[in-house]
Design a protein around this ligand. Structure first.
Ligand SMILES: Cc1cc2nc3c(=O)[nH]c(=O)nc-3n(C[C@H](O)[C@H](O)[C@H](O)COP(=O)(O)OP(=O)(O)OC[C@H]3O[C@@H](n4cnc5c(N)ncnc54)[C@H](O)[C@@H]3O)c2cc1C
Length: 388
């Protein structure tokens, strides 16, 4: 059969793009190498709980068009992300706000909190200037940057261990630019995000993607490179005889470097390992969907208790410990490492992609960018509008 589009990847980007092209009366085939649709936002129902299989996903946006668009495919609940952080026996609200400052220093007012943070930060800046023998201060690494912004207490208890686990490196060895600013909120507001709209699709994300893909043929368990039997090389137009079909254009939402057979080098990622536990005898394990562990000695960065995303009150619970991991070939590439070296390599791949106008690259892997879900939808809508 001849299709107008082959969409590689049934994640959010692929699903929105496929939906839009179908709405333009184009014929589309979607393939995904995983055994399920929805990519990383896949949720799986167990014990009447929607488990976020590839990490906690909270939808939030200030883009009104994106919000109106996605609400056509799911009803969102009123979940507000309010994570807490555990440091030893101490428990703090995130983002850093008056609840955290009050707990840390026994104070009540924003001016008291600001004064302590300013004093601690200034002391650190003066100390570092003395040690470096300079009159002006420039942060040479992430530790110096964080100390100069937040002072010693917040850095030691809430930033240091968590960041070192996330990046697998000492804060002194991480570049300062990773933390341009540390959001301090001088109110008692625990809402982690500043966006206008927020929530979790009731019934899970998989149903939402199912709706996007309604009426579109989808082949799961189908790797593009097996499908075209041309590993590492770019197919010639008009993409004849791929799996016996032919396609006018391709949208590829997998790894752009893999698409080109790593011919210019390998892009780097951070990965994650998830350890999920069903606890049928426990109804409420931690009282919150997201609890961060900020000590370096605890190997995981957070524990997710999935039922709280949808205010579940049934028997039993399911928790997931999230461990940051170094990425190697074959691992799931979760976070692009958007440093200078990798961005420059991506730039070269992007140039190469420009030589193949009938192949589009989209999403977090195709465009090598950390995108939130709303940004993915925005990008996919914009791309689909450019197609005639
Ligand atoms: C741990 C974690 C937590 C996150 N939390 C949030 C959050 O709270 N809020 C938020 O807005 N965003 C969050 N995000 C970001 C969100 O996951 C992404 O924005 C979104 O899932 C990206 O969609 P995508 O379609 O670009 O990529 P993906 O979901 O990765 O989809 C790409 C698909 O392509 C398939 N594929 C790849 N290569 C091939 C191939 N060769 N052949 C066939 N198929 C292939 C893959 O199997 C995958 O299904 C989080 C991300 C992570 C990693």
């Amino acid at each position: 059969m001849k299709y107008d589009y082959l969409v590689v990847g049934a994640g959010l980007f692929g699903a929105v793009f496929a939906h839009e092209m179908k709405a333009k009366n184009k014929s589309v085939l979607v393939i995904d190498k995983r055994e399920h649709i929805a990519g990383n936002i896949y949720t799986e129902k167990r014990m009447d709980i929607n488990v976020h299989k590839y990490g906690a996903h909270i939808f939030h946006t200030s883009d009104r068009e994106v919000w109106d668009y996605i609400c056509r495919f799911a009803e969102f609940n009123n979940y507000i992300n309010s994570p807490v952080a555990v440091y030893g026996d101490e428990l703090y609200n995130l983002p850093f706000n008056m609840n955290s400052f009050s707990k840390m220093w026994g104070i009540k007012t924003p001016s008291e909190a600001e004064a302590i943070i300013r004093k601690q930060a200034d002391e650190e800046i003066e100390r570092m200037k003395r040690e470096k023998g300079t009159d002006t201060f420039t942060a040479d690494n992430l530790e110096e940057q964080a100390l100069s912004l937040a002072g010693r207490d917040i850095y030691e208890k809430l930033v240091k261990g968590y960041t070192e686990k996330q990046w697998g490196r000492d804060c002194k060895e991480l570049p300062a630019f990773i933390i341009r600013r540390l959001p301090m909120r001088y109110t008692y507001d625990n809402n982690y995000f500043n966006d206008r709209y927020q929530g979790i699709p009731m019934g899970g994300y998989t149903g939402m993607v199912e709706k996007l893909l309604e009426g579109i043929p989808v082949l799961t368990g189908t790797d593009y490179f097996d499908f075209i039997k041309m590993e590492g090389s770019v197919p010639a137009r008009p993409f004849e005889s791929m799996g016996g079909d032919s396609f006018g254009r391709i949208l590829f939402t997998g790894m752009i470097d893999e698409f080109f057979g790593y011919s210019l080098g390998t892009l780097e990622y951070r990965s994650l390992k998830f350890e999920t536990q069903d606890l049928p005898e426990v109804d409420n394990y931690q009282g919150n969907a997201v609890v961060n562990y900020t000590e370096r000695d605890i190997p995981y960065t957070r524990i997710i208790e999935h039922k709280h995303f949808e205010y579940g009150s049934g028997k039993g619970t399911i928790i997931t410990r999230e461990y940051p991991a170094t990425w190697k070939h074959g691992d799931e590439p979760y976070y692009p490492m958007n440093d200078e070296k990798n961005n420059s390599l991506y730039g070269k791949y992007s140039q190469l992609a420009g030589e193949h106008p009938d192949i589009l690259f989209g999403g977090r892997l195709g465009q090598y960018k950390y995108y939130n879900m709303d940004q993915v939808i925005r990008q996919a809508l914009d791309m689909s509008r450019k197609e005639d």
